[in-house]
Write a protein that binds this ligand. Structure first.
Ligand SMILES: Cc1cc2nc3c(=O)[nH]c(=O)nc-3n(C[C@H](O)[C@H](O)[C@H](O)COP(=O)(O)OP(=O)(O)OC[C@H]3O[C@@H](n4cnc5c(N)ncnc54)[C@H](O)[C@@H]3O)c2cc1C
Length: 634
């Protein structure tokens, strides 16, 4: 095709747009909307109906075997007989596996931990069951509900948290603000509490709309071939940066909010792990919408997610294996470049017919930095160098470092000897903040040189959640008991000294430190729930090293890559975090390929499937279009 033809083609849309009035453009869109709706109702719904009627019906959550281990013979037998090998079993990987097995691909999911589910797995200790990385799930618009239904064959059921699903508590002043699933009421409460004027809200709404719009434009580019990203990027980079990527504090100040109001508006920054002064405004805008309808929790606990999705995969002939760590992603060099051909597990090469998907996180897959400090990524160090160079390139924001791992966390798991009904524990979360000034408390925590600088009175925030109260099925399995959790964020560096000690054989000073932190974190728990005093019979503190062991992390990173501005800025980073990697037949899924949260990672599984199979692409586009009004105007 000659250059002039290309220019002509390029100019067609703008020429048409210039020649038509807005009314004519709207009229022309009507048939398009009709076609999309008809496609959705007739083809997509019909396909779903056929799939559902073919499957067996369950009244309760199937007790699928999520603890299968693949021995060497099983692995040998799998080689060459599977289409897709998926590394990790987080919700992104499982959702991707369901989408692909629905298209007829034979998939095998390999998980290094003894339980499937990644952050959605649960663990049992002394008769108590604890959820690890799910406290409340949001984004429950019609499209997201349908996706969860589709992935679990309608088996996954959700329970809504209390009407007041979050409580904001200022540890310094004792102020307490309730957040309900009535968005307008929340606004009214904040307006009265901080004297916010109508103009600030108007400006905020406008900026929020545009931030969400441009971030959605960029996120949906992950559905398309990376060439589209390359072509479109120069046109969208400026508005995207301007509307979506400025720091939250900067934008909110511009809207006229006081420092205290900014502190309260961004109370839940722990959901993405980046304080407002470093967080791109679009993350705050999306989060503001994410829990607009309140929070939800899976019935039967977060393990139901992996159970239902695993059952859906196995019903379609796929396999899900636990305790099966992938050592290497096998790469073949061809005249057209490098190509993923399989995975190596326990020294056995499992070859695939179609592709390899990594849900283990981009750092684990390609390595931590381009300097070569980490020589053990899943993709051979040399083969992954191109992708790594894209990821770790210096950003155009000179003050920020390149993409880095997210901070880690401390999780205190609490077991009580009464039910949540007896103790009157609400199905809600408490955000116990140090004060409204997140920037200072964050900086103090970052400058801390000892773990004991992270006790309850010093840490930037504590997230207190009554897990069992959120699951109406909990008493069926654990009668007479209830559970709660206290979570805080912490620097990984403080734990490096114990990095090379093995789990359960750590030094006495490590255990002593854990006891001190446990004691300190129980105090705010009792402050909010004094009725629990005397009923705590079990505690266990999860540290960054626990994250490394059970979630296969390298730096205990709670949300994998840090969600700061650097992570979202620039074509190169966007390309590095695109589901389709620079290595042929190697794809990424999960929070790194999209954004943090259970729902976003689940969507990421769809998006990656859309890059692998056209059928998935055709089914996800109408679904996301359906969800767009919820995201944009919610
Ligand atoms: C403490 C905590 C609290 C959270 N709270 C919430 C919340 O309330 N609401 C919410 O929406 N989100 C929450 N999140 C975030 C949410 O859970 C995650 O964003 C999401 O589950 C990430 O899913 P993922 O698909 O990216 O994979 P992950 O869940 O990160 O799973 C990756 C998997 O890959 C496996 N793996 C790694 N290396 C290998 C290997 N070599 N071979 C085989 N397997 C490997 C790991 O073991 C792990 O199972 C929380 C997260 C944490 C950690």
């Amino acid at each position: 095709m000659s250059e002039s033809t290309l220019i002509l083609l390029w100019n067609i849309p703008s020429t048409i747009a210039a020649a038509l009035t807005p009314k004519q453009i709207l009229t022309a869109c009507i048939p398009l909307v009709f076609i999309l709706t008809a496609y959705y109702l007739l083809i997509f719904r019909a396909r779903m109906h056929i799939i559902k009627t073919k499957l067996p019906k369950y009244n309760t959550i199937p007790s699928s075997t999520v603890k299968h281990i693949a021995d060497k013979d099983t692995l040998r037998n799998l080689s060459g007989k599977i289409d897709v090998a998926i590394v990790g079993s987080g919700i992104g990987a499982l959702s991707n596996a369901v989408c692909l097995s629905r298209q007829g691909f034979k998939v095998a999911v390999f998980e290094q931990n003894e339980t499937v589910g990644g952050c959605t797995h649960t663990f049992e200790k002394e008769g108590y069951e604890f959820d690890v990385g799910v406290h409340y799930v949001g984004g429950f618009g019609p499209a997201v509900k349908r996706m969860y239904d589709e992935l679990s064959d309608g088996q996954l059921k959700w329970n809504k948290l209390d009407y007041v699903y979050d409580v904001i508590y200022n540890g310094k002043t004792g102020e307490r603000i309730e957040v309900t699933d009535n968005h307008l009421l929340n606004r009214k409460v904040l307006t009265e509490h901080f004297g916010i004027d109508a103009k600030s809200w108007r400006l905020f709404n406008r900026k929020k709309f545009w931030a969400k719009f441009w971030s959605c434009v960029v996120l949906q580019l992950k559905l398309w071939n990376p060439i589209v990203l390359r072509l479109v990027w120069p046109c969208i980079a400026y508005p995207y940066r301007y509307f979506a990527l400025r720091s939250t504090t900067e934008v909110l100040r511009e809207c006229g909010f006081s420092a205290e109001a900014i502190g309260a508006l961004t109370y839940h920054y722990g959901d993405h792990g980046v304080p407002p002064h470093r967080c791109p405004f679009f993350m705050t805008a999306l989060l503001d919408t994410h829990y607009r309808n309140g929070g939800y929790f899976p019935r039967g606990g977060s393990r139901s997610i992996a159970k239902c999705l695993t059952a859906a995969i196995e019903r379609r002939g796929g396999h899900v294996y636990a305790l099966t760590p992938v050592q290497e992603i096998l790469i073949k060099h061809t005249m057209f470049g490098t190509k993923a051909v399989g995975v190596c597990i326990r020294g056995i090469d499992v070859m695939v017919n179609k592709c390899v998907v990594s849900g283990a996180g981009v750092l684990k897959t390609f390595g931590v930095d381009s300097a070569g400090n980490d020589q053990t990524p899943l993709v051979d160090f040399k083969d992954g160098s191109h992708q790594r160079a894209l990821l770790h390139n210096k950003k155009s924001y000179p003050t920020l470092d390149a993409v880095t791992p997210c901070l880690s966390n401390l999780s205190l798991f609490i077991g009580l000897n009464r039910t949540d009904k007896q103790l009157n524990l609400p199905a809600q979360n408490i955000w116990h903040l140090h004060d409204w000034d997140h920037e200072s408390s964050w900086k103090n925590a970052m400058n801390s040189s000892s773990i004991l600088d992270n006790t309850a009175d010093k840490t930037p925030f504590l997230f207190i959640s009554n897990e069992s109260a959120k699951d109406p099925d909990f008493p069926l399995k654990h009668p007479g008991k209830s559970t709660s959790e206290v979570v805080a964020m912490v620097k990984y560096d403080l734990f490096k000294q114990w990095e090379n000690t093995s789990h359960k054989l750590r030094h006495a000073d490590y255990l002593e430190m854990k006891d001190k932190i446990t004691e300190s974190y129980l105090e705010p728990f009792y402050l909010h729930f004094p009725q629990a005093r005397g009923h705590v019979v079990f505690t266990s503190l999860g540290t960054p090293l626990t994250m490394n062991k059970f979630l296969g992390r390298k730096f205990g990173e709670v949300y994998s890559l840090d969600h700061d501005i650097a992570r979202f800025d620039g074509y190169k980073v966007q390309r590095a975090l695109h589901p389709q990697t620079t290595i042929q037949n190697l794809y990424l899924t999960g929070e790194d390929a999209f954004v943090v949260s259970v729902t976003a990672s689940m969507i990421s599984g769809y998006v990656t499937a859309a890059r692998i199979s056209w059928w998935s692409f055709l089914s996800i586009v109408p679904m996301l279009a359906w969800g767009l009004p919820h995201t944009m105007f919610g």
